[in-house]
Design a protein around this ligand. Structure first.
Ligand code: XMP
Length: 522
């Protein structure tokens, strides 16, 4: 990524839950951006001037800069000529380093939407008017309560707390608030000023450049002769990783696709068409459906189902992987949000569902990991997939959980019930595509219920199963709203399912939102 980085902005992460958003906002401007943890050895090289970039952002963080042991600025960083923007914790670090003081302050912390007054429209605030006020997103306990001589306050909140600072001579700025969060009204404008006016970035970076630099860095990591294994699931992330790895190392990549019998209609075929047919990848398709379905026999507890599937998956994957000679690396489709959830989340959280996907492989699996999508968000991964020539059918697919249809079948998972659900789901998804509704929802699927109800078909009484349709809108799957699909459309889908799928005589629509429901039923 060297070429892009010289033209880009490095974000140094002090653990804020918003760090990823900073990099994303920068990339949205067409400027390359990477996030480095504060203790990454490259940060020292950056501070010594041995790695160059156009600008540096210091993120927020959960700590208090004045505490012993709190993450600090790398020595020399503030002596660089490179422009720096410190956000929240980052601003406090700058102020403290220059001799100012950071404390709890008398006014207390500020959380959520807050009005700030623009006093001196300089630096990243350059496009705003002196004397105007704007709404920003705050999330801090400590404040800079004494400014060092080199810094001047350029904005303050109505509580009189310093909201933004600028160095009197150098391109060093600090915001107590979070410009990267969408609730900060003029946040995009501020990031733009920083990137273009201050850092003088070009704004000509795009996913094509990402492919180039990612390919170069994969080649450097893997070397001239090593082989890589990549687990394909049919989902967007693993497909994009496979396509990217293939672009980088060609036939030194072997993909493994485990058919667990719990897949959507045409999942296995699509993977084969795309990867064997189109890309010519060495693809090992393992039909382990018998093993999974036997393993699940008569299990109706959602968590136990997930665990059974996770364990069988690991075993199958290990068996296949050990039969592939010379492979030292395992490529995974870990995304930015996955990284941040496991790194920055901090503190114990309750397990709502045990998520299982290829990322759930055991640590003692004897491979070095390559995770080329670690810097990207889901929608960026889709853009990357298109750039790599993956068909829309793969790239634009709704998310699909690792345990597959097993957690969409309430009760017993049997071959006949799987077939029933797969058919109903395909009718629903095809109808969404036909009516141009597929892309307007974040995820849609059918669920098979563990009850039978009475119906009448022809002149005969039926006593058959029920399918629930689920369609949600969402940004990231963390929260979701029921999709407002037209009743006429739902009626058409219901008629088709009941008429075409044997064993189903009733269709219902799930109108719950998340929370309190979850997207999947199990
Ligand atoms: P829930 O049901 O928790 O789902 O609201 C949020 C998103 O995560 C997907 N999901 C999973 N994905 N392995 C996965 O890879 C899993 O075990 C799993 N469970 C849920 C779900 O489809 C939705 O997109």
């Amino acid at each position: 990524m060297k070429q892009s980085l010289q033209e880009g902005i490095i974000v140094i992460d002090y653990g804020s839950q918003y760090t990823l958003l900073i990099a994303r906002r920068v990339r949205e401007l067409g400027v390359y951006s990477e996030v480095w943890p504060f203790d990454d050895p490259r940060v020292d090289l950056l501070a010594k001037g041995e790695i160059r970039c156009r600008g540096i952002v210091l993120s927020g963080g959960p700590g208090q800069v004045r505490e012993t042991g709190a993450p600090q600025l790398a020595t020399g960083l503030l002596d660089l000529e490179t422009p720096i923007l410190g956000i929240c914790y980052g601003m406090q670090l700058i102020a403290q380093e220059m001799g100012g003081s950071v404390d709890e302050g008398t006014a207390g912390g500020e959380y959520g939407r807050t009005k700030v007054n623009i006093e001196v429209p300089r630096g990243p605030l350059g496009s705003l008017e002196a004397g105007s006020s704007t709404t920003v997103w705050m999330s801090h306990g400590d404040t800079v309560d004494e400014l060092p001589a080199e810094l001047e306050a350029i904005a303050a909140t109505e509580n009189g707390i310093v909201a933004a600072v600028a160095h009197r001579q150098k391109e060093v700025y600090g915001f107590q608030f979070h410009p990267e969060v969408s609730h900060t009204e003029a946040g995009a404008e501020m990031m733009k000023e920083f990137a273009f006016t201050i850092c003088r970035c070009e704004g000509d970076w795009n996913m094509g450049n990402f492919v180039e630099s990612a390919v170069a860095s994969i080649r450097e990591t893997v070397g001239e002769s090593d082989h890589v294994i990549c687990g394909l699931s049919g989902g967007v992330d693993s497909s994009v990783v496979a396509a990217l790895m293939h672009r980088a190392i060609g036939d030194r990549l072997t993909c493994v696709f485990v058919d667990n019998g719990l897949l959507r209609h045409r999942e296995a075929e699509l993977v084969q068409e795309v990867f064997e047919g189109h890309f010519g990848v060495d693809l090992r398709v393992v039909d382990a459906s018998e093993r999974f379905i036997e393993g699940l026999a008569e299990e109706i507890d959602p968590e136990k189902k997930r665990r059974i599937i996770g364990e069988i998956f690991i075993r199958v994957f290990e068996e296949v992987a050990s039969s592939i000679e010379g492979a030292r690396f395992l490529a995974q489709g870990t995304l930015y949000p996955d990284v941040i959830e496991s790194v920055s989340a901090g503190g114990p959280s309750v397990t709502i569902k045990t998520h299982h996907n290829v990322g759930g492989l055991p640590e003692d699996l004897d491979f070095l990991l390559i995770e080329p999508l670690r810097e990207l968000f889901k929608d960026e991964v889709r853009v990357l997939g298109r750039e790599l020539g993956l068909p829309e059918e793969s790239v634009g697919r709704h998310p699909f959980p690792g345990p597959g249809l097993a957690i969409r079948i309430m009760g017993d998972v049997t071959r006949s019930r799987l077939k029933r659900l797969r058919e109903a789901d395909d009718i629903f998804i095809s109808a969404l595509r036909e009516s141009n509704l597929y892309d307007s929802v974040w995820q849609a699927f059918a669920v098979l219920l563990p009850i039978q109800t009475v119906g009448v078909m022809g002149d005969k009484r039926t006593y058959e199963e029920v399918v629930a349709l689920r369609a949600v809108t969402s940004r990231d799957g963390m929260t979701a709203d029921r999709a407002h699909l037209p009743m006429e459309f739902l009626g058409k889908v219901s008629d088709r399912i009941i008429n075409r799928v044997t064993g189903i005589n009733r269709v219902v629509y799930d109108v719950s939102s998340k929370p309190p429901a979850t997207i999947e039923w199990e």
